[in-house]
Design a protein around this ligand. Structure first.
Ligand SMILES: Cc1cc2nc3c(=O)[nH]c(=O)nc-3n(C[C@H](O)[C@H](O)[C@H](O)COP(=O)(O)O)c2cc1C
Length: 337
């Protein structure tokens, strides 16, 4: 069975990729994920705020020591200085690249243009196989128009593209008013791939304590539908960007559906956090078994099989007709016909 695929211009021996999560912050787990069959691994994001906070903390601590003792440097363990700022992250990139043979994709979540560019360049120098730009922006400012939010995003992709040579993936959330147009602009700005989608943190309320909860719920397979919708619309229609589908993968079924809609790679975080790195093996086995049972011999033969046959012919009308059919065709125990 030939499971090989290309994502971001990189050759992957299979399309199942470990998405950014705390699992890939640990070298031993990175090795386990490679052994279990990951096609590539995305490291957790480096957040610009965290780096800046750590730099500020170190400066404050060092200054306090300087006032009280000229040998203040000795108060602070060298490891602290070493891991401060982005150094620990860059070190992780280098060690992960040395430890495994599969691509290691570094992930960046910046707040300033300088931050995005500087850290992207540092990650490239540290040896990352590719970069994932984690655009996690909620346009909560009512004076920020969708046009300006999208233009900022495209400008950042272009700015990073101009400064680094390694492939760039852009991870976006689906809540843009015209996602297709944005995807096209990001593609034209030089992205080598899009990750569909970023999963927004959505808060809840604890009714006993009357407090906002800040727990992070893992995903559910029902969440794949919004990804299937956009994936099937975009696959085969971008000029350079490949597509990774993420969110809601629990079993091989979701992996297969994403490939059928045209994904070049399929990412999972929640299923690995739930079941551990060895789950990658069952996802791969499930994919292989399904393909064998149906007589497919390579991932390329199933990729995009379920894409709409005429995506350019009145795309909105087609989606609208699905919508009307699903609403009017609804059958439930309390619905009389
Ligand atoms: C505990 C946890 C930590 C995560 N950390 C990151 C991160 O650092 N950067 C990022 O881009 N996504 C991060 N994600 C999001 C995942 O990479 C993924 O996009 C999302 O969870 C949807 O995939 P899933 O349904 O397989 O979980 C994290 C998810 C979880 C559950």
């Amino acid at each position: 069975m030939d499971l090989a695929t290309r994502y971001l211009g990189l050759a992957l021996h299979n399309p199942i990729v470990a998405s950014a999560s705390p699992l890939s912050a640990d070298l031993a787990t990175i090795r386990q994920m490679e052994d279990a069959g990951a096609g590539a691994i995305v490291l957790p994001s480096l957040f610009e705020e965290q780096v800046r906070d750590e730099e500020r903390l170190l400066e404050v601590l060092t200054n306090v020591g300087n006032d009280s003792n000229p040998e203040a440097e000795s108060y602070f363990p060298s490891a602290m200085k070493y891991n401060t700022g982005s150094q620990g992250y860059l070190d992780l990139i280098a060690r992960a690249r040395a430890a495994v043979g599969i691509p290691i994709i570094a992930s960046l979540n910046g707040t300033t243009e300088t931050g995005w560019i500087d850290f992207a360049q540092m990650m490239e120098q540290a040896g990352a196989s590719a970069l994932e730009l984690n655009f996690y922006r909620i346009a909560a400012d009512p004076t920020a128009s969708s046009t300006s939010v999208e233009a900022d995003c495209v400008a950042l992709v272009r700015a990073v593209r101009d400064r680094v040579r390694i492939p760039i993936a852009v991870k976006l959330h689906p809540y843009f008013s015209a996602f297709g147009a944005l995807a096209q602009q990001v593609d034209e700005a030089g992205a080598d791939g899009l990750v569909l989608f970023n999963r927004l943190y959505q808060p809840d309320i604890d009714l006993t304590r009357l407090r906002w909860t800040d727990d992070l719920a893992l995903s559910d397979p029902a969440e794949i539908r919004i990804v299937l919708l956009w994936l099937s619309r975009l696959a085969g229609r971008l000029s350079r960007a490949s597509l990774a589908a993420g969110t809601g993968v629990e079993s091989a079924h979701e992996v297969i559906k994403y490939l059928l809609c045209g994904a070049d790679a399929v990412m999972t975080a929640s299923s690995l956090l739930r079941h551990g790195p060895a789950h990658l093996t069952s996802l791969r086995t499930g994919l292989t078994d399904w393909m064998t049972a149906r007589g497919f011999d390579s991932v390329d033969t199933i990729k995009g099989l379920m894409r709409p046959s005429h995506p350019d012919a009145e795309p909105e009308a087609e989606v609208r007709s699905h919508y009307i059919r699903s609403l009017t065709g609804y059958r439930g125990p309390y619905v009389r016909h």
